[in-house]
Design a protein around this ligand. Structure first.
Ligand SMILES: Cc1ncc(COP(=O)(O)O)c(C=O)c1O
Length: 447
């Protein structure tokens, strides 16, 4: 344990175990305890830890060239990664803009969208519309489009003015007299109303996570909802920015989560599983017409950071993506996803405090309730999510519990996002430990 520290950690009250090594799906601490990484950190470590092919690619790159600033050079590895990403991207996407993480990807996407309209002579477009209970990152632009009240509150005076509409949260918000399709159509109508109030000609983009990740917990869109959103945006000349930082790059069983929705965004933000945690890397994939508006106009994208397109990060990401293809890991995600869903259903389906089990692929959540019939959440003061995290860690299990599921304050859920290489036996061990952790956490709150 860290007795004293000069690292400004995320929280002051906690002492963290010191991670010293990791292999496969396990991380080992300095005391020799090992933890199954059933959340891939925060849905990052898609290949697990210490993958020999990724390490070899990184070593080879470091030996040749670790870094060359992108205003002086391009690199073979950045070009190769971009070629690969564009080849696998939704229709019409022609370029990848590399950054160092998810928030940077979202910042870049917001600025790309704005600059596009300046380039094509529509500078009056200044507004973004996004959804409550989404998370797009912690930098000011990303935080502004994000819709999690708790994360935004103290910084709100610093944030650009963004219109937020309802999330697609079937478990809580679909009325009993609605089909999923009708519920989706109602949400599209709500967005249409927001666009009309602002004036469609003033809106830059609608921003959404294809499958909502951390803040509301693996919210899968109802059928037709994102298609309706896409049509609406197209009708008003509004860009659609999909944030697949967490749910993308295979996590839900297709390379991009939007493939399952039959929707093509104008800009697509990816990160986490792109580099699998071997290096910090994210990217924005952009439609050709957006890039062309820059080419024909000012001739540059007015943005940039020191480490964009970092050669070692690109080498790591390229290797991760090659392994995923070579080892057919998207199939493994679909298979493992079914296996995990079945196990969770068996273990928690009948549980009186589990209100909803949801997700797609190896991106699964259960939402906790004090009473199933009324869907009443636990008192936020109990911090049930933090207790589950503690109890899981005490049993050698990393999961990703979160509070504020419903509105940033109320609600608790537990997210699982294990590596794509997780075996059936591993899934059994994960669910077993999770059952024990949940039981201990619930008994701690008297449930
Ligand atoms: C959907 C989504 N967007 C953006 C981010 C921000 O990414 P990062 O933490 O790499 O800046 C996250 C992080 O969890 C995320 O889940």
């Amino acid at each position: 344990m860290t007795a004293s520290t000069h690292v400004l950690h995320r929280q002051f009250a906690h002492t963290l175990p010191v991670a010293v090594s990791a292999r496969g799906i396990e991380i080992v601490d300095r005391e020799g305890r090992s933890y199954i990484d059933a959340s891939g950190g925060a849905a990052v470590s898609c290949l697990g830890h210490g993958h020999p092919d990724v390490l070899a690619a990184m070593h080879a790159q470091i030996d040749r060239l670790a870094y060359a600033h992108t205003s002086f050079f391009t690199t073979e590895v950045a070009e190769a990664l971009a070629d690969r990403l564009v080849a696998g991207a939704p229709a019409g996407m022609s370029h990848a803009y590399f950054v160092s993480g998810g928030s940077e990807a979202m910042e870049a996407a917001l600025k790309m969208a704005r600059q596009h309209f300046v380039e094509i002579g529509q500078p009056q477009r200044t507004r973004f519309i996004a959804r409550r209970q989404s998370y797009h990152g912690n930098t000011l632009g990303a935080l502004a489009v994000g819709g999690n009240e708790w994360r935004r509150r103290q910084f709100a005076p610093l944030l650009i003015d963004v219109t937020h509409v309802s999330p697609c949260y079937e478990y809580r918000d679909r009325r009993a007299d609605e089909t999923p399709q009708q519920y989706g159509a109602r949400l599209v109508q709500e967005l249409a109303g927001a666009i009309d109030r602002i004036g469609g000609e003033n809106v830059i983009a609608f921003v959404a996570e294809t499958v909502v990740g951390a803040t509301a917990g693996a919210l899968v869109p109802v059928p037709g909802y994102l298609q309706g959103v896409r049509e609406l945006c197209t009708r008003h000349g509004i860009l659609l920015i999909l944030d697949e930082v967490m749910c993308g790059m295979g996590r839900t069983g297709t390379l991009h989560a939007c493939e399952r929705e039959g929707v093509v965004p104008d800009l697509l933000a990816i990160a986490k599983g792109l580099g699998g945690g071997y290096q910090p890397i994210g990217a924005v994939l952009a439609q050709q017409r957006i890039v062309e508006s820059f080419q024909r106009g000012s001739g540059l994208f007015q943005h940039g950071h020191t480490y964009i397109g970092h050669a070692v990060a690109c080498a790591a990401a390229l290797a991760v993506q090659q392994v995923i293809e070579r080892d057919r890991l998207l199939d493994a995600v679909q298979r493992g996803g079914h296996g995990l869903a079945e196990r969770l259903q068996a273990a928690f389906g009948p549980h009186p405090n589990v209100g909803d089990l949801r997700g797609r692929g190896l991106f699964r959540v259960f939402e906790l309730v004090a009473a199933r019939a009324t869907k009443t959440p636990f008192d936020p003061a109990l911090k049930l999510h933090a207790r589950i995290r503690r109890e899981a860690m005490a049993r050698g299990l990393m999961v990703y519990p979160m509070g504020g599921t419903i509105d940033g304050l109320r609600g608790d859920h537990v997210l699982l996002a294990p590596p794509f290489i997780t075996s059936d036996d591993d899934l059994d061990r994960i669910v077993e430990r999770l059952q024990a952790a949940l039981a201990a956490a619930l008994s701690g709150v008297g449930a």
